[in-house]
Design a protein around this ligand. Structure first.
Ligand SMILES: [Zn+2]
Length: 425
């Protein structure tokens, strides 16, 4: 059966997300998340300060989550020599999606990377590895480039410059099943915290096309490992022939956009091909040399596509923990401006993102905060200022009784620390 009815947070494929009313392109511009300029180019959006604040919070969350799960983060260059992509198989199987090479001299051509896989394979190869080290999880939240045709580009969901939450987990063959299970669990945790609405899981397999590399036995083995991990986690899936990566089959986690189109967000892939191409090895218990399996995975896909989805499912009203501005402070009159400014400074010291709004009528400022989907508005009138208090208004319309400023910061801080989707715990 298609869909993923046994997965918490998932829903039947036929049903559109309730909040998916506005396209992320419209909301993203209205909320100052991102924009673009034809002079920079199609498919090359830029993130405005509000969007960048939300994105940085999410990136930091992902890095912390991965560190706790035993991942090691690296940084690798966005360019590489043509020979590297010949070796990895990208030029033979993926060249149509790559930008043309930059010719430095007759025997030196550089290419913008279409993926981080070969870089990470070479980082693995850069140090001697023992079976005791495995799995070695080399992670990077970094850029890669895809020469998408200009006709299909739009907003954040189809772009040419892609910042991917990526990792390559190098395992012994008998560790692969457990590793995929751990990845699926980590994915579920990240999706819950962010509010990703999974439409379903897809097992992407090869078809008869010559674009696929490797041997039949390896394809069968990889596909079986992915399916076993899904079955073990009680996750339903659909099979999709012809949607595999050129080097192996994959699990794709699908979401639906505002236009009803299906997009792949997260992924897990099993690859025997690239470890062979780069002659990757580890020393086994008896000192022999073994070849690791490479598990490619992304918990949430690219920052661009992730945010196109999050903007739509939340209608721009992000959970407080990654809202660009978490609290807008509005003094009722000029006499309370100093108290309001002190509250904003207190927020900054407590790692909360707050903003002081001074211009316009009280009603207009509160409306402005609502239009920007800011989770909390702190109103300080003469009574509150005299008592050292603030009256919180929540994004959902609720108004709390005035409370000491420290208590208000603790309330917001608790919601943020718990990554709650509620505004009061
Ligand atoms: Zn990869």
């Amino acid at each position: 059966m298609p869909g993923a009815s046994r997965v918490p947070g998932a829903r039947p494929a036929s049903q559109k997300p309730e909040n998916t009313v506005d396209d992320h392109r419209k909301l993203g511009r209205e909320l100052d998340i991102f924009d673009s300029d034809p002079l920079i180019g199609a498919g090359l959006p830029f993130w405005l300060p509000e969007g960048a604040a939300a994105r940085h919070e999410v990136e930091e969350y992902l890095r912390r989550l991965e560190r706790r799960a035993g991942y090691q983060h690296v940084n690798s260059p966005v360019l590489g020599k043509r020979e590297m992509y010949e070796r990895s198989g990208h030029l033979a199987h993926f060249a149509d999606d790559m930008f043309p090479p930059m010719r430095m001299s007759a025997d030196d051509e550089l290419m913008l990377r279409p993926s981080m896989c070969p870089h990470h394979a070479l980082i693995y190869a850069a140090r001697a590895r023992s079976y005791r080290d495995l799995p070695v999880r080399i992670a990077e939240l970094g850029p890669q480039y895809r020469a998408e045709r200009s006709g299909v580009l739009g907003g954040l969901s189809r772009v040419r410059s892609i910042w991917l939450n990526d990792s390559h987990n190098f395992c012994a063959l008998d560790q692969v099943g457990e590793e995929i299970a751990a990845i699926l669990a980590l994915m579920r945790e990240a999706h819950r915290a962010l509010g990703v609405v999974v439409d379903g899981f897809r097992v992407s397999l090869r078809d008869d096309s010559p674009k696929y590399a490797g041997y039949d036995a390896e394809w069968e083995r990889s596909g079986a490992l992915l399916v076993e991990a899904l079955d073990g986690a009680g996750i339903d899936y659909v099979a999709a022939p012809g949607e595999a990566a050129f080097y192996g089959p994959k699990i794709d986690v699908q979401v639906i956009d505002a236009g009803g189109r299906e997009l792949s967000l997260a992924t897990v892939q099993v690859d025997f091909h690239q470890p062979a191409q780069f002659d990757l090895r580890y020393a086994d218990a008896s000192g022999g040399r073994q070849r690791p399996v490479m598990v490619h995975r992304s918990l949430v896909g690219s920052m661009e596509r992730l945010f196109s989805h999050l903007i739509e499912v939340h209608g721009g009203a992000f959970p407080a923990w990654y809202a660009p501005v978490q609290l807008v402070v509005v003094p009722v009159g000029d006499d309370q401006a100093a108290d309001a400014a002190a509250l904003v400074r207190g927020c900054a010291a407590a790692d909360l993102r707050a903003e002081l709004l001074l211009d316009g009528s009280l009603g207009a400022r509160i409306r402005q905060a609502a239009e920007r989907k800011v989770p909390y508005v702190g109103v300080i009138g003469s009574k509150e200022a005299a008592a050292g208090e603030v009256a919180l208004r929540l994004r959902d319309g609720r108004q709390l009784d005035p409370m000491p400023a420290a208590e208000a910061l603790a309330l917001i801080g608790d919601v943020v620390a718990a990554r709650s989707h509620e505004l009061v715990r």
